[in-house]
Design a protein around this ligand. Structure first.
Ligand SMILES: N[C@@H](CCC(=O)N[C@@H](CS)C(=O)NCC(=O)O)C(=O)O
Length: 80
């Protein structure tokens, strides 16, 4: 699955979401503990099947404007 984020009129960033199928929700955060690790731990404990999408720090400046409040963590479920 490929999410296309329009950053501005000239630039579209592809955010590749690893998925093997199904409609698994996605947690987007840096490849770091930060504000996401407690969420990951809770999801793991609850045995929630989700995609742990980790963004490289070098990709963040382009993706920032596409995120709600321009911050992460972000949870995407059923396209929302
Ligand atoms: N109010 C948000 C704050 C999220 C937040 O501060 N995210 C930081 C990472 S821990 C962030 O996106 N930093 C990058 C930036 O602001 O450009 C929450 O509690 O989840």
């Amino acid at each position: 699955m490929l999410l296309k984020h329009t950053v501005d009129s000239n630039q579209v960033v592809d955010l590749k979401v690893e998925t093997t199928g199904g409609d698994r929700p996605t947690l987007i955060y840096f490849d770091a503990y930060g504000r996401a690790e407690s969420i990951r731990i809770l999801l793991s404990h609850a045995k929630v099947d989700y995609i742990d999408q980790r963004i490289g720090f070098s990709d963040w400046p382009a993706l920032k404007k596409t995120m709600p409040n321009e911050q992460i963590p972000v949870w995407i479920e059923k396209g929302i």
